[in-house]
Design a protein around this ligand. Structure first.
Ligand SMILES: [Zn+2]
Length: 60
């Protein structure tokens, strides 16, 4: 792996973009776009590789 900041372990799956808003292509009656927020299943929307349980363990 090339040199990278190890303190912040960014999720490999989503590259840190855990929650992605997808434009559905349709619009609400008020003119705003309909967007779907999809959270990364790997990091569960945190953007980091370590889930909350791992972070808690590392804190001990
Ligand atoms: Zn992720």
């Amino acid at each position: 792996m090339p040199q990278h900041a190890q303190n912040t372990r960014v999720c490999r799956d989503c590259d840190g973009f855990a929650a992605v808003a997808i434009t559905a292509g349709t619009r609400h009656p008020d003119g705003t776009r309909v967007t779907l927020i999809v959270a990364c299943p790997t990091c569960k929307g945190t953007g980091h590789t370590a889930p909350a349980a791992d972070l808690a363990r590392a804190g001990r």
